[in-house]
Design a protein around this ligand. Structure first.
Ligand code: NAD
Length: 510
């Protein structure tokens, strides 16, 4: 139950509720609700002052001894120093991965590989609290999301692909599935451990070894994962982790010693990687940006839709490739829907990501905060109407208020560009055809949401949406058994499910 106090000076009013008679607050006055702080303990994870690279099963310094700092975006404090890989380190990691693939991991029977993956899954579950706290400190995401979404889903991917490791003959009937070899994997900062799991679990299940480069602002859970690999007795060289700047990512994906490239990140970098791998025989999967439409029809259950809209755009501060950043509302219900949405926004708690009550944490970096601020200013300048709930932001750290734009035109930048922040642009439509037209009017094609009571309408809309994932009467649901990926500038290839295995095997005739 929320803690109620009458010291209004310290409080953030919850405008959603009116004071009942007898509370002495005056008719219609906002109730000064506040939640008591519920901070998660930091000391559940032993954070080292300095982390090395993980190459050939060992933690090593960078060849030139250079380090960079990983900071906590909620406090701007340095969490740890991390070795910054050089091109020479990447070469070493690729050699180690090749040796491990040809001598140990590739020839190992699937049932033996499965044992290691099951062990990794179990250790991730056992150490989940440690991972959740570190992920929240390094990325800024609320602890309730790292605890309930990121870490359990990361473990679930290892469980799931562990199950496939000895069943490749069933996944690809009548064919022989051979590993591709060494996989170069580059991941972004928004779901650091989860993206690592999406990449490493299917690669290892299929008999490949990996060299993974985490994003520079969020390397720490990948390096804690290195510790899990050691704990699981994974043979040296099967997993290698090389944090570093963008040119290290480019060196890795262009490396002659890699057979497969898997990238998740921005469309701009995805295009560079596609150019760099063109003309080679490397397999390539690209999971890129998005600008998803969340479409609400007039017959939808509005209260549920409001929850789905909020989850769609404010989950993980909106730093989600498949975020429902464009709300398409049918004209007849746009008024009541926006009213309900504004009411709901006033209850969202923004603040300390380690507090278990926090809904929206810190933006991942100063650079990302600047990008969001600039795009929001462009929305105002272009004539859209801005709404932000009254909420206090912490004095330090990179925070941004949940934001809602109405009066948005399709030509506005906030309707076209991926903001990657807690910013929702509301557009309207009259007919289902117009909804389809507007939803697909984007260079992206990653995801979409449909809210309606009518099953037949869901089926007909799903067929017309150019989006890799379409959620009906829900949003941002993920499962390791379900493939995920995009169309158009959102990339190609699928991760998750059997489709995710396909990207890591070469199929031969029996
Ligand atoms: P980014 O493209 O800047 O960086 C992603 C990774 O690529 C980082 O590790 C970065 O160091 C590395 N990198 C940067 N430049 C590189 C280069 N020239 N060559 C090789 N590697 C390079 O993206 P970001 O800002 O970290 O992440 C946000 C983006 O990721 C958003 O556009 C978001 O939509 C996208 N994303 C997509 C998915 C998906 O599944 N489709 C999931 C999460 C994030």
């Amino acid at each position: 139950m929320p803690h109620v106090t009458t010291d209004a000076t310290k409080l953030r009013p919850w405008s959603g509720d009116r004071a009942p008679a007898g509370w002495g607050l005056g008719d219609g006055q906002a109730i000064p609700w506040e939640y008591a702080p519920a901070p998660e303990a930091r000391d559940v994870v032993a954070i080292k002052d300095r982390y090395g690279l993980f190459i050939n099963g060992r933690e090593v310094e960078a060849s030139d001894g250079a380090v960079f700092q990983s900071i906590n975006p909620a406090t701007e404090e340095v969490i740890a120093e991390v070795a910054r890989a050089t091109t020479e380190d990447v070469d070493r990691a690729v050699r180690a991965a090749r040796r491990a693939q040809t001598r140990i991991w590739g020839p190992l029977p699937g049932r033996e590989r499965a044992k290691y993956l099951f062990r990794i899954a179990r250790i991730l579950q056992e150490r989940s609290r440690e991972f959740a706290v570190l992920e929240t400190m390094d990325s800024g995401k609320p602890i309730k999301e790292s605890r309930d979404v990121d870490i359990p889903l990361a473990a679930a991917h290892f469980w799931y692909y562990a199950g496939w490791a000895d069943k490749l003959d069933y996944a690809f009937p009548g064919r022989v599935a051979r590993p591709l070899g060494v996989a170069a994997q580059v991941i972004p900062w928004n779901f650091p451990l989860l993206m690592l799991a999406w990449k490493i679990a299917p690669a290892l299940a299929a008999g490949n070894t990996v060299v993974l480069k985490p994003a520079s602002t969020t390397p720490l859970t990948a390096l804690l994962f290195a510790d899990v690999c050691r704990q699981a007795d994974l043979p040296p060289g099967v997993v290698n982790i090389v944090p570093g700047p963008s040119h290290i990512g480019m060196h890795l994906v262009s490396h002659k010693g890699v057979d497969k490239v898997a990238f998740t990140g921005s469309t701009a970098v995805g295009k560079l990687i596609q150019q760099a791998t063109a003309g080679t025989d490397k397999g390539l999967t690209l999971e890129l940006g998005g600008k998803a439409a969340n479409i609400v029809f007039e017959d939808a259950a509005l209260d549920q839709a409001v929850e789905g809209i909020v989850n769609g755009i404010y989950f993980n501060q909106g730093e989600v490739c498949c975020a429902g950043s464009r709300l398409l509302a049918q004209e007849s219900i746009v008024g009541p829907l926006i009213e309900k949405l504004k009411d709901r926004l006033s209850t969202i708690r923004v603040g300390d990501p380690l507090d278990k009550n926090t809904d929206v944490g810190a933006i991942n970096s100063r650079a990302q905060l600047d990008k969001i601020t600039e795009l929001v200013a462009s929305g105002v300048a272009e004539g859209a109407e801005l709404y932000q709930p009254a909420c206090e932001l912490p004095d330090r750290g990179f925070f941004f208020r949940p934001t809602l734009f109405t009066n948005v035109a399709q030509s506005h930048r906030i309707a076209k560009e991926e903001i990657f922040g807690p910013v929702l642009s509301v557009l309207t439509f009259r007919t289902p055809d117009e909804a389809v037209e507007k939803a697909n009017n984007t260079p992206y094609g990653l995801s979409a949401g449909i809210w309606t009571e009518k099953g037949s309408r869901i089926l007909s809309m799903v067929r017309k949406m150019r989006a890799g994932v379409v959620w009906a009467n829900t949003f941002n649901r993920f499962d390791p058994t379900s493939p995920f990926g995009g169309y158009k500038e959102s990339g190609f290839g699928r991760e998750g499910g059997m489709h995710g295995l396909h990207a890591y095997v070469r199929l031969e005739d029996r």
